[in-house]
Design a protein around this ligand. Structure first.
Ligand code: MG
Length: 266
């Protein structure tokens, strides 16, 4: 009995220790840790998926079997214009689509929450312009938080505006850029913000980014939406919002975009 009480007491203490101050998405995982002992065979097995294949320069790879494919290689049926909600006015080429300067941002028709996102892009070759005026676009998580797309190959700009920067907030840890015209990858893990009933932020958004397979953003917290020369505060937003891509007047190409939504606890 005493041993049992001690066990209960210690697991409560552990629960408090594990839960206090912990990001919300981790709490469910910690609940499972308390529910199942080590090597417990009654613990549910993870779902089986096919992991997909890596891309080459000539061919986009296969997404994991449980991913939502955002571009089918043929049309922009999953995308609309941010400006008017009408059809996306970007062009579609053989297995890719590209920004049409002046047509504005595009966004997904559907909204997504916390996620793993894979994006491939190639900046114009030969390159034009310098600094921010060279192969500029952007991946806007929730339509609000920009992971910068830029031709950062032999192109000097401010640190928090380089390719794979959280624009205006976090420079990438290294510049892992490939030359213009070469397909490059972003693998992003994004957790959106959470708000309580009064609108206070209880969890800031955070993001992890691998750029061409290299870790460049290591679970960084966002100060709020990204902006030029500003760090605006969070506004209360839903847990799911569309993903947007930026028109920054440069014909940047995209292919092989897919997303896997994360459940609470992941
Ligand atoms: Mg940009």
């Amino acid at each position: 009995m005493r041993k049992a009480l001690l066990l209960v007491g210690s697991s409560m203490a552990l629960a408090m220790l594990l839960t206090f101050g912990m990001p919300l998405q981790k709490v469910a995982a910690q609940d499972d840790l308390l529910k199942y002992g080590p090597n417990d065979r009654s613990r549910p097995e993870p779902p089986v998926i096919a992991p997909g294949t890596a891309s080459t320069q000539d061919h986009p790879g296969e997404p994991p079997s449980d991913a939502i494919v955002l571009f089918n290689g043929k049309d922009l049926s999953n995308w609309v214009s941010v400006k008017d909600g009408g059809p996306a006015k970007w062009t579609v080429g053989k297995g890719y689509f590209a920004t049409v300067p002046g047509t504005g941002y595009i966004r997904t028709k559907d909204a997504y929450g916390d996620c793993q996102l894979h994006v491939e892009y190639a900046t114009p070759n030969p390159p034009h312009g310098t600094d921010q005026d060279r192969g500029n676009s952007g991946v806007f998580l929730h339509g609000l938080y920009e992971i910068q797309v830029l031709d950062s190959y032999n192109n000097v700009t401010y640190a928090d505006g380089e390719a794979a920067a959280v624009y205006g907030q976090h420079p990438p840890l290294v510049n892992a850029a490939r030359p213009p015209g070469i397909w490059q990858t972003y693998d992003i893990v994004f957790h959106g913000p959470r708000f309580d009933s009064t609108g206070a932020v209880v969890r800031k958004a955070n993001v992890t980014v691998f750029y061409n397979g290299v870790l460049v953003q290591d679970h960084v917290e966002l100060t709020g939406p990204t902006a030029h020369h500003q760090r605006p505060p969070y506004q209360v937003t839903p847990e799911k919002l569309p993903l947007a891509l930026q028109d920054h007047n440069h014909p940047v190409r995209y292919r092989n975009l897919w997303i896997r939504e994360l459940k609470e606890g992941q």
